[in-house]
Ligand binder design. Structure first.
Ligand SMILES: *Cc1c(COP(=O)(O)O)cnc(C)c1O
Length: 223
């Protein structure tokens, strides 16, 4: 990992391509989400100059600071919300983000559905699964996933994928495999899994989206 965003991106895209090929998947099956939380503006511009167009953010306000003006300048950005979403921020989130990856409770599903109706639009949604059943972490527990996905669909939300953040202290592969199992039995095709340390493992287990922060941008200034 260096601060040279362009060469980091080149290296990570090469690793993604290699992992995709060795696991017998099609080139382009996995989208790199460059996680820009905690990064200075110059690094975002370096990534844009290097051709990166898909970004992830954890917090609404920081995401607005990073992306509102840049989005106005270019129509080809794709922004993913990958951090917790409070219901009083739903309207802002729907305005800025193309994809909401942290759908994790019925009340949020209801608010998102209402916000889509009000704005006359839809955003792709991923349901966040707490594969490690960690009490302090967001996400639906695995044994409640099927029911919650059905709830979201009944509310009219386009559930296009599942997302997980495995426990820091455990090998990630079993968590990625569990996420895939839940997705397959619910007919969900998107799998957002894998970060800087484990995105190659995630790709071999079927990730359609990997979320890479420090590996792309270098160390975060703000966490
Ligand atoms: C910060 C964050 C990432 C990126 O983590 P890195 O280790 O910097 O790659 C990915 N996913 C989520 C949900 C995050 O909060």
């Amino acid at each position: 990992m260096t601060d040279d965003v362009a060469s980091n991106l080149r290296r990570i895209n090469e690793s993604i391509a290699a992992a995709t090929q060795t696991s017998g998947r099609q080139a382009g099956d996995t989208t790199l989400i460059a996680v820009s939380k905690g990064q200075v503006d110059s690094r975002l511009d370096d990534a844009l100059a290097a051709g990166q167009r898909v970004f992830g953010e954890n917090r609404i306000q920081e995401a607005q600071n990073h992306w509102v003006a840049r989005r106005a300048e270019r129509s080809d950005l794709e922004l993913h919300l990958i951090g917790p979403l409070q219901t009083n921020k739903v309207r802002d989130a729907v305005e800025l983000f193309d994809v909401i990856q942290t759908l994790d409770r019925p009340k949020l599903a209801d608010r998102l559905a209402a916000a889509f109706d009000r704005a006359g639009l839809e955003r792709d949604c991923f349901v966040q699964i707490n594969t490690g059943e960690e009490p302090q972490k967001a996400g639906i527990w695995p044994d409640a996933a099927d029911q919650f996905i059905a709830y979201c669909r009944a509310a009219g939300l386009p559930v296009v994928g599942l997302m997980c953040i495995p426990p820091l202290s455990e090998a990630p592969a079993p968590h990625f495999a569990l996420l895939r199992t839940i997705a397959e039995r619910n007919g969900v095709s998107g799998l957002s899994m894998g970060m800087s340390a484990d995105f190659e493992t995630a790709i071999t287990l079927g990730a359609t989206h990997v979320r890479v922060g420090t590996g792309v941008f270098g160390a975060r200034l703000v966490v």
